[in-house]
Design a protein around this ligand. Sequence first.
Ligand code: F6R
Length: 261
Amino acid sequence: MRIIIEPDPEQAARRAARMVALRVRNGPALVLALPTGNTPLPMYAELVRQQRERGLDFSRVAVFGLDEYVGIAPDDPRSLRACLWRHFLAQVNVQPDRCQGLDGSARDLEGECAAYEARIVAAGGLDLVVLGIGVDGHIGFNEPGSSLGSRTRIKTLTAETARANAGGFADPAQVPRLALTIGVGTILDARRCLLLATGSAKAAIIQRAVEGPVSAQITASALQLHPDARVVLDEAAAARLERADYYRETEALQSALPGSD
Ligand code: F6R
């Protein structure tokens, strides 16, 4: 795990955006999986800026959404797919037919999940998964207790997660408690993982996910098993890390190596 600590949320977002942009430049046919939520919004804004001002080209990039609410159709403005489009995809030159999301309104939800896994495989696998983290340690919507080998499937959101993700819903009570999410195993199969967390509300769970034992109770801790996982934090989210000074030293030394990205 590579832990990168930036002074504030804006610089953390820019750092994460630089990592994504570099991958897009190096391999324009990149297969990306992307989250919704509040944390990645400044990162998306920076990627949009890079496309407009520096011609960062997303035309060959394939995008998979990480998760979706059950019972919400893809074209519903409250869907996570619509949210990702509004905040990012509609503002860059992605090809709509290269962007996929789970259909939470599918009649056969298990079939929908299996087909999504098959589409990821058909795309050549995920090159880069960008993740946020919930205060209970979830990545995607892999709530505590999710198998670390899980694939795309139906999960029940905790009441806390449903409340925290109520943004698109007029009434928080309307947030679906069931969701489809790519699995922890699906995430671990990606060639690279990038988790972005900012703000003091994430400090305690970041410490447990990064420095605690690997556990299905904190699915983000599974990233410790991944050979190329990067965690980009601001100071507030890094505040409880016990080895923060070591991570800073490591980053300063290793990022100066030739070819380091
Ligand atoms: C949403 C997703 C979730 C969020 C997490 C953090 O697509 O994958 O895991 O990343 O709930 O949400 P924010 O960033 O709003 O704190």
